[in-house]
Design a protein around this ligand. Sequence first.
Ligand code: TYM
Length: 358
Amino acid sequence: MIQLTTDERIQNVTQSKPVILTGLRANNDLHIGNYFGALLPLIDLAKTRSEEFQINLFVPDLHSFTTPIDHSALQADIWNNLRIFAAAGLPLDNPDIFLYRQSYVSAHSELAWIFDCFTGFGELSRMTEFKDKSARLGVDHIGVGQFNYPPLMAADILLYNAVYVPVGDDQTQHIEFTRNTAERMNNQFGDLFVIPKSVKEQHEFFGKDQGLRIKDLVDPTKKMSKSDESGRGIIFLGDDPDDAAKKIMSATTDSFGNIHFDFEKQPGVSNLLQIQALLLNQPLDETVRHWEGKSNYGDFKREVAELVKDFLINFQERLKHVDDSQLTAKLAADEIAMNEVANATLYKVQQAVGLRPQ
Ligand code: TYM
C-alpha cells in the first residue's frame, strides 16, 4: 500500500533527475500498438533504471476529445487506462515514478495557449495528421482542437523538462515540433526549457521498441489505430482472447507464399513477424531468421495467434487484480507534486513573456 505524504512526493520530484515521460490517450481501449509502442518501453525503464531517471506517465485526458467521443464514457476510459498501466507492470510504489491525469494539472492548458501564440498557422497546417484528416473529412468536419493539439503536447513535455519521450512512430513529428517550440522560446527568452533529445537519439536510447508502427491486420498499409471503426484489424487489450486469435488467423497477408520480412512488398506478413517478435520479447532478426524460407502461412499465423491469446489471457488476469485504492492514493499525491513542478515552469514562462513581474 502506498503511504507517502504529499510533502514526501514534492521532495521526490524536486530531486531533479532527468525525466522520461509519456502519455497515452484514453479513447476506447488501448491496443497492442499503444502497449508495445509506448507503454512497455516506459515500464521496462521504470523497472530497471528509475534510480537514474524520474519517470512520468500520464493520461492526456484533454487530448481525448480532439476528435468527437462519447463523453459519458470518458471517466471509465481514463480509469481503464490507469488500470492498464498498473497491469502492465508500472511499479506504483516506486518513489521515482509519477502518475497523473493531465487535466488535474491546469498548467498544461495555460502553457499550451502561450505556445499557440508562438506557433505559425502554416506550421500546424503542415502536420501530417492534420493534413490527412482534413483531406479525408474536410476542414469543416475537424475541430480546432485537432488542429492545435501539438502545442498542448509540447506543453505536456516541456513543463517537466522531459529528456526522453517514448512514443510510436506516428508521434515523431510531434516530438520534432516540441523541440522546435522549445528552441524558438529559448532563442527569444533565454534558457526556459530543456530540449528533448532528437528522435534519432531517443531510438538509440530505447533500442528495439522505439519508432514502432504496428499495422492494421486487415489493411497492413495503415497503422493499427484506435479510431478504426470496425475493430477487425486491431488487437485491443480487452479483446476476448479467442476473438483476438481469430483476428490474427484472418489477418491480410499476400500470395507470395514465402515468409519474408519486407514492409514494402509484404506488409501483412512483416507486421505479423513484428508482433511475434514483440510478444516473444525477442529481437526481430531472430524471429525473421526462424521463419525465413518457410512458406506455410497457416502454421505461421497459428503460432502468432496462440501467442496473442496467451498474452491477453495473462494480461487480463493481471488487470482483474489491480487495486483501485492504490491508484487513487498515488494519483492524489502525485497530482499535487506535478502541480508544483508544472506551476514553477509555467511561472518562469509567464515572467519571460511579461505576464508576471521579473
Ligand atoms: P495515442 O494516445 O494515440 O497513442 C499512445 C501511444 O501509442 C503509440 N501508438 C503506436 N505505436 C506503435 N504502433 C501503433 N500502431 C501505434 N498506435 C499508437 C503512439 O505513438 C503513442 O506513443 N498525442 C499522443 C498522446 C500524448 C503524448 C503527450 C505522448 C499527448 N501528450 C506527451 C507523449 C508525450 C497520442 O495521441 O498518442
